[in-house]
Design a protein around this ligand. Structure first.
Ligand code: CTP
Ligand code: MG
Length: 231
């Protein structure tokens, strides 16, 4: 059944899904790999569409798969599908350019975080609505972190109490994200990093274990297990 989005919603969600998935191993582009019989992108979009504030979803798909992704997602939710770029940032920029007039909150969410619950989409959007220009979901870092040199010699132990692991969706006041992308000079940073470079404030909200990024085969196995136990 196709979900309905909220025509009175104030949130657009960009879903970069154009990556190859090299670290997952040989096969289809990562967003199209199956998790419990359905592509990762279908899991991701279904959960985004279940968030009540969402007005628009724009997916950046692998250029060769735009038509098939459009057909595949047609049964899940009303989405706009655009061709992605060579880097994640180019894919986000392509999706951002396709957001219609209306939504003043824009979230950027990796297709690879396929099990992200709708509640996280809502809490990030709510923090932007409350007046924060840029919002990121984070988790505390659990491992001890060492800084090393090129020879893997330990230089020191980093105080992990001041560190956070960053997830998506990252949320922005629309004008802030547009300005950050317009001046983007560093293709390697995340979207919040672009805002930081502009001198903008970025605020943290609690993330979710379920928003894990499926990167390696182990993550796919973990996600499969989480789905069978109710995620
Ligand atoms: N992404 C994208 N366009 C790119 C590269 C990445 O839209 N040119 C998307 C991916 O599809 C993914 C998200 O950005 O949803 C996060 O990237 P990552 O987890 O690194 O995915 P891949 O780049 O596909 O994986 P890998 O780096 O292992 O190849
Ligand atoms: Mg990548």
């Amino acid at each position: 059944m196709t979900a309905q989005l909220n025509p009175r919603g104030d949130v657009a969600v960009l879903v970069p899904a154009a990556g190859a998935g090299v670290r997952l191993g040989p096969g289809a582009p990562k967003a199209l790999r199956l998790l419990a019989g359905e592509p990762l992108l279908v899991h991701a979009v279904r959960r985004i569409a279940a968030a009540p504030s969402v007005h628009t979803i724009v997916v950046a798909a692998p250029a060769a798969d735009v038509e098939s992704v459009r057909a595949m997602l047609g049964a899940v939710a009303p989405v706009t599908v655009v061709p992605g770029g060579a880097e994640r940032q180019a894919s986000v920029a392509a999706a951002l350019a396709a957001v219609p007039v209306g939504p003043e909150i824009v979230l950027v969410h990796d297709a690879a975080r396929a099990l992200t619950p709708p509640e996280l989409v809502e809490s990030v959007a709510a923090a932007v609505r409350d007046g924060h220009d840029a919002v990121i979901p984070v988790l505390p870092v659990v491992d001890t972190i060492k800084e090393v040199d090129a020879a893997e010699r330990v230089l020191g132990t980093v105080d992990r109490s001041a560190l956070r692991a960053v997830q998506t969706p990252q949320g922005f006041r629309r004008s802030v994200l547009v300005a950050a992308h317009r001046s983007a000079g560093d293709a390697l940073t995340d979207d919040a990093g672009l805002v930081e470079k502009q001198g903008g404030a970025v605020t943290c909200v609690p993330g979710s274990e379920l928003a894990l990024k499926i990167t390696r085969p182990f993550d796919l196995a973990l996600a499969e297990h989480l789905l069978t136990t109710g995620a």
